[in-house]
Design a protein around this ligand. Structure first.
Ligand code: ATP
Length: 349
């Protein structure tokens, strides 16, 4: 086990494109760090630099107290789990899991114990003699995990390991991965573009955008206080509503806040609205015309427009499905409102 430290890490690809633009943070020993962000934000590049399969243009990566910039991937004592599993098709599950240990000349009975222990934990004991093609996607994923676990590495690195699985299996494997990481307390870095996966897995969430860290910290703290409009709309689904409003409009819609002269972007999550009459003091009262409403099982999504322009999504309990064209008032408490600078780059409250 080990702490992982990144110090002003940069990556410029051949041709001059800077994919990672100076990233600095620590991943405490035993914790689960998730890198999340849209396609192309540089999260895989960052992970690959930690793994050693991509060179580091400048800055420093440390695993434990060792700077690993110039250390071969095989010498970094880490295990990677990818989305395409990369199992050897001609080997049995047992041999796939034992492979790395045999290469390291681990004694046979130690290998046997490690493989069988991991197989028991992962519930793949019945498949040890099968070849990967005779397994389901979820079972293959477990074998890939097993192969990582038996090596008892200092860190696990996951690159979108669940993205080939169907929705139901993704959820159960997600829970599985979290349980395994808790059990082994191995420092982990996990890359995903799925914000729900990120929120549920992370001890430490790192939201990336354009090669930089946009915000990092405890996932719930980020959900509750996003630092920019980018984070506000990336974390949470459906995304936070954002309304760009003049100082005068803000003054009319929201009571009891200090509004900058140039106006602000007002953010409200769909789930933080209620349909009602008028907000209590300090809250937002938003008159909307209903454009559409859809009931999705226990909840409904109401799509409305604000007279001044701007679309708003309101999430309500399932039985509330207002008719199209009706006027409703969406209200939100003061503590559920988010205020950002007009360019979205700064939180104001
Ligand atoms: P995704 O979720 O789509 O995998 P990502 O956030 O993991 O995206 P990276 O794969 O790290 O993104 O890529 C970051 C940027 O670097 C992208 O713009 C990509 O096109 C570019 N890039 C990646 N690999 C190379 C390369 N070998 N040469 C040049 N540019 C590259």
């Amino acid at each position: 086990m080990a702490e992982i430290t990144l110090k002003d890490v940069r990556k410029t690809y051949l041709g001059g494109f800077e994919a990672v633009k100076g990233i600095t943070f620590d991943i405490p020993d035993g914790s689960f760090c998730v890198l999340v962000g849209p396609s192309g934000c540089g999260k895989s590049t960052l992970l690959r630099m930690v793994a050693g399969v991509e060179t580091i243009s400048s800055g420093e990566v440390k695993i434990g107290d060792r700077v690993v910039n110039n250390i071969e991937p095989s010498e970094r004592d880490i295990a990677m789990v990818f989305q395409n599993y990369a199992l050897y098709p001609h080997m049995t599950v047992y041999d796939n899991m034992a492979y790395g240990l045999r290469n390291r000349k681990t004694p046979k009975d130690t290998i046997d114990k490690l493989v069988k222990d991991a197989a028991r934990i992962l519930e793949i004991e019945p498949f040890l003699e099968r070849k990967p093609r005779a397994l389901s996607g979820g079972q293959r994923q477990r074998v890939a995990m097993g192969r990582a676990i038996v090596r008892q590495p200092k860190a696990f690195l996951f690159d979108e390991p669940l993205s080939n699985l169907d929705a139901k299996l993704r959820v159960s494997m997600r829970v599985e991965i979290k349980k395994l990481q808790r059990r082994f307390e191995t420092t982990s870095i996990y890359v995903t573009h799925d914000q729900l996966e990120a929120m549920t897995l992370a001890d430490q969430l790192v939201v990336m955008n354009g090669g930089r860290v946009e915000q990092m910290g405890n996932p719930l703290a980020i959900y509750e206080k996003p630092a920019t409009t980018f984070v506000a709309t990336f974390i949470g689904a459906p995304p936070m509503n954002l309304l760009k409003l003049s100082a005068a409009d803000l003054g009319t819609l929201v009571s009891g806040i200090n509004v900058p002269a140039e106006g602000a972007i007002l953010g409200v999550r769909p789930e933080d609205f209620e349909i009602g009459e008028a907000a209590p003091h300090g809250g937002l009262t938003l008159p909307l015309t209903v454009d559409a409403a859809e009931r999705v099982g226990p909840e409904s999504f109401v799509y409305g427009t604000l007279g001044r322009g701007g679309d708003v999504i309101v999430r309500t309990p399932g039985q509330i499905v207002p008719a199209i064209g009706t006027k409703i008032t969406a209200i939100a408490k003061r503590e559920k409102l988010h205020l950002f600078s007009t360019d979205g780059s700064k939180r104001l409250d």
